[in-house]
Design a protein around this ligand. Structure first.
Ligand code: NAI
Ligand SMILES: C[N+](C)(C)CC(=O)CC(=O)[O-]
Length: 469
């Protein structure tokens, strides 16, 4: 599949990364001579964060090309995403050129506020596909426009891990930006009136309600705030406040040079000497942590990631079973600039868990009172792993006798085997807390693996002890 990105700034760069890291080829048109460098930097940030959301590998990255001519970039594309600056005259000009050259591609505009009827008033056929920064991590895309095109578009966007939200009636600024503009307006007043600094406004959000919004949104959060009586009680108690002079939402503070200097000055002081790219990385690392936590509970944006991962290709079975395929999260790296030792054991444990499933010692088996315990492990660190690296683990049975199961996991990284995790497991009766032989089906599976693996070459390093020369 091929995407064309017209306008490769903050948002176009994010779209390029989202498509590329999901295996699409991406063609960019942007007259800015710095566009290639800027997109390269956005892409570097995306490469270290997006794969960390998943435990399976994303498809192989697509090919990125830059074009001096818009027609070259858009011809043959399946999807064209326009992300030029928010000026209607410019959008009209660009969409006229896209319409001439894009064939049957879906054409989306990233516009934050224009309606499809405004974009299409000169004959173009565009839907609004409004993303959120960073486009490579945040799933939401607001879709506005022709329903049949939106239905096709939604399937494509889900395929690259996005969450399409169909905005059924076109309005200025769609749904989310209506909301964001109201909050932004109120924050500007608080600073302009000298009530709070930019930092104090940000603390008020990030220390409190900002934490709630990512997982429950607004209505569900307030329902809970109504106590056992829920939303009705919440509305009865806090509804009147809406009539009180608590907000200034409809007035817009004038952007005088003084106000702009005040806000920009406070914002500079707040962020210190951290560059925008550093701030982006800090934001991305935190977003990955939040999204992975949500994913664990199957909640909100976490559910989108889980659904996307379920559609990613299953690992190819080789001679040895592949028991883990995943990428290394940034949060697993340490002060030495590589994956911390703790997580080698974690990957080894994931491989053992998967192997247990393969032999039938799965959740039902465990619920029936039988399982495996690890009783000994030896890890060898052979190479470094870094955030975003794709790793796979192969598992060889190196011994199987009654209650004992001896596994040798090899962790393969981008530069060969990065570590081995050799482990001895004992089959256990969970109620009696003592070792017993596995039941028939599991014993049979183990025997099949053992027969297949016992004549393979013994893995290098198997049976070594710490400090052995
Ligand atoms: N920045 C944000 O937070 C968000 C922006 N958007 C929307 O995305 C669109 C782009 O915004 P940003 O990426 O923030 O702007 P930006 O200023 O970072 O990037 C715009 C890019 O378009 C390029 N450009 C200018 N004229 C062009 C032309 N004729 N053909 C091709 N490229 C051209 C510029 O060189 C620049 O690289 C706007 O419609 C905006 O409303 C949507 C969501 C969030
Ligand atoms: C400020 N903004 C209106 C351009 C913001 C957006 O459109 C979405 C976002 O990423 O916040």
């Amino acid at each position: 599949m091929r995407a064309a990105i017209v306008g490769g700034g903050v948002i176009g760069g994010g779209w390029a990364a989202r498509f590329l890291l999901n295996g699409w080829d991406v063609a960019v048109f942007d007259p800015d001579p710095e566009a290639e460098r800027k997109i390269g930097e956005v892409l570097a940030n995306a490469r270290r964060s997006l794969p960390s959301l998943y435990d399976r590998a994303l498809p192989a990255e697509g090919q990125l090309t830059f074009h001096a001519d818009l027609a070259d970039a858009v011809s043959g594309a399946d999807w064209v995403q326009e992300s030029v600056p928010e000026r209607l005259d410019l959008k009209h000009k660009v969409h006229a050129a896209i319409s001439e050259n894009a064939g049957g591609a879906i054409v989306g505009s990233s516009t934050s506020g224009f309606k499809p009827s405004e974009l299409n008033s000169e004959g173009a056929n565009v839907i609004v596909a409004h993303p959120f920064n960073p486009v490579y991590l945040l799933p939401l895309i607001e879709l506005v426009g022709d329903a049949a095109t939106i239905s096709r578009a939604s399937d494509i966007l889900r395929g690259v891990g996005l969450f399409p939200l169909h905005v059924r009636k076109e309005i200025d600024a769609h749904i989310a930006d209506r909301f964001l503009e109201a909050v932004w307006r109120e924050a500007l007043w608080l600073v302009s009136d000298g009530i709070a600094t930019t930092e104090e406004v940000d603390e008020a959000i990030r220390m409190g309600f900002g934490l709630r919004w990512a997982q429950m949104g607004l209505f569900e959060t307030y329902r809970v705030a109504g106590g056992e009586a829920g939303m009705k009680h919440f509305m009865a108690q806090f509804g009147p406040a809406l009539e009180w002079p608590w907000t200034k939402l409809m007035d817009v503070p004038e952007f005088t040079p003084e106000l702009v200097d005040l806000i920009a000055g406070q914002s500079d002081a707040q962020s210190g000497d951290r560059t925008i790219r550093e701030l982006e990385r800090e934001r991305d690392d935190n977003l990955v942590g939040i999204l992975r936590a949500l994913r664990k509970n199957g909640k909100a944006a976490g559910a989108v990631i889980a659904a996307h991962e379920a559609g990613l290709p299953e690992p190819e079975p080789g001679d040895l079973p592949i028991t883990v395929e995943r990428s290394i999260p940034q949060s697993w790296t340490d002060y030495n600039g590589h994956m911390n030792e703790t997580h080698y054991l974690e990957v080894g444990a994931q491989a053992s868990d998967r192997f247990m499933e393969l032999i039938g010692a799965d959740a039902d088996y465990i619920a029936g009172g039988l399982s495996y315990f690890t009783v000994e492990t030896h890890i060898r660190h052979l190479g470094e792993l870094d955030a975003g690296d794709a790793v796979s683990v192969t598992t060889q049975v190196t011994g199987a006798e009654g209650k004992k199961l001896h596994l040798f996991h090899s962790i393969h990284g981008p530069n060969g085997i990065a570590a081995t995790v050799e482990t001895l497991l004992l089959h256990m009766d969970l109620e009696a807390r003592r070792s017993v032989a596995p039941d028939g089906a599991v014993a049979n599976h183990i025997e099949n693996y053992w027969q297949a693996h016992r004549d393979m070459p013994r893995p290098q390093g198997a049976g070594r002890f710490v400090g052995e020369r």
